[in-house]
Design a protein around this ligand. Structure first.
Ligand code: MEV
Length: 426
């Protein structure tokens, strides 16, 4: 057995400063100086702030922010910052938005800003009675919950309703209380989690049962963002393109294997704006996929139809738990700048813009898939990435990438050969 086995039990790591942590990681992983120097450059995020946002910070990861142009949402033109590492995602939104701009762009709405927290109660033999006993305390529940966040109440938020469900689980029924809370411009996780935790002992005393989990549900189906838009056949290249998009949608609506990819495309757009604005991408993604499966099978988040005039009409409806206050949204200077670019002053407007981006993204993906295929659009940027992977720098990248596309072989080995040829010419 090796005597110098690596040991991940690094004591006091969380108390170290960032350079010390990085040095310890470098020693552990055998990083060379160049890599360490690269990681030590924290870009435009203040190391002190980074160190407060998460634990054990050693570096940051820069992701490009691209701007989606051509977007008109609810009659207002808007530039949308999108943070993504994937090529074609920003272009897809720009193209979709351009093709429906003359029809008025996107129209959006929102079901409200209600989040749900769940309190799980077990060990109750009389679940139906327990349910009633909790519901009888609604006024007390409201007082306890609202007391957790007086500022939220002042802003018009707070507990709106209480629902109690009996969930048939392995081992017997669970009595699950849902706190339905208007979190206004906050994403609301902290607010509703505090309420659930505060309420737990009271639920135990009212019912004689035992509370385990007290946590929000990411299936934010009381916080649905909606977007719709119309694309004329003229704008998109004819009725056959329209019909191809409809057929692609029907495929996703009928088949979960396709729906997963279809919805992944929607999330390419959605998550990019969620990330750019410092919101919680995982919360929105979890909500999206749970909502896509709400009928008992996993299906498309969008709907595509033909209007009476023969145009293509798309709609998207999905949970959109995003906020403007709290966490990285407020603290991260890049997120703040992105919110400024968007010009949003409410979480609702942000959520609605994101829904429009999701619909735009889906339009472009379906259009590409139903016509030329997805690779053509992907290839020029992808080829540049491959050229760089093969070692191309500066002026070399473009000609190598072009050669790869021309040969229809966007591969690192081909790029290496092209690069050698180019350098041999020089
Ligand atoms: C790729 O990131 C996204 C697509 O696969 C979406 C789709 O298939 O609808 C192109």
């Amino acid at each position: 057995m090796s005597t110098d086995a690596k040991n991940s039990r690094i004591s006091g790591f969380h108390k170290d400063d960032i350079p010390t942590r990085l040095a310890r990681v470098a020693a552990f992983a055998g990083l060379d100086d160049e890599t360490v120097q690269h990681l030590a450059n924290m870009g435009n995020l203040d190391p002190q702030l980074a160190d407060r946002l998460i634990e054990n910070v050693v570096a940051t990861l820069n992701v490009p922010i691209g701007i989606a142009t051509n977007m008109k949402v609810d009659g207002e033109d808007v530039l949308v910052p999108m943070a993504t590492e994937e090529s074609s995602v920003v272009a897809a939104v720009c193209n979709a938005a351009r093709q429906c701009y003359d029809q008025g762009g996107f129209t959006t709405s929102m079901s409200g800003s209600l989040m749900i927290a769940q309190v799980q109660l077990v060990d109750v033999p009389d679940a139906a009675h327990a349910r009633m006993r909790i519901l009888e305390h609604k006024a007390e529940v409201k007082a306890l919950c609202d007391d957790c966040d007086p500022l939220l109440v002042k802003l018009g938020g707070g507990l709106q309703d209480v629902e109690v469900r009996i969930v048939d689980a392995a081992g017997g029924p669970m009595v699950v209380t849902h706190l339905i809370v208007d979190t206004r411009d906050a994403m609301g996780a902290n607010a509703v989690n505090s309420m659930a935790e505060k309420l737990a002992p009271h639920i135990e005393s009212w019912t004689g049962g035992r509370v385990y989990l007290r946590i929000l549900s990411n299936l934010a189906d009381r916080r649905l963002a909606r977007a719709r838009a119309v694309w004329t056949c003229d704008a998109i290249g004819g009725a056959s393109v329209r019909d191809g998009i409809i057929s692609a949608y029907r495929f996703a609506a009928a088949d979960p294997y396709r729906a997963a990819t279809h919805n992944k495309g929607i999330m390419n757009g959605v998550s990019a704006v969620v990330l750019a604005t410092g919101n919680d991408t995982r919360a929105v993604e979890a909500g999206a996929h749970a909502y896509a499966a709400r009928k008992g099978w996993y299906s498309s988040l969008t709907d595509w139809e033909v209007t009476a005039e023969g145009h293509l009409a798309g709609t998207l409806e999905m949970p959109m738990a995003v906020g403007l206050v709290g966490g990285a949204t407020k603290l991260h200077p890049t997120a703040r700048a992105c919110l400024k670019i968007l010009g949003v002053s409410t979480a609702e407007r942000l959520a609605r813009l994101i829904a429009a981006v999701g619909l735009a993204q889906n339009f472009s993906a379906l259009k590409a898939l139903a016509t030329t295929g997805i690779q053509k659009g992907h290839m020029s940027l992808h080829a540049q990435n491959i050229a760089m992977m093969a070692g191309a720098v500066g002026d070399e990248i473009e000609p190598v990438a072009k050669a790869l596309v021309a040969q229809g072989a966007v591969r690192v080995d081909v790029a290496e050969a092209e690069l050698a040829r180019l350098r041999g010419q020089g």
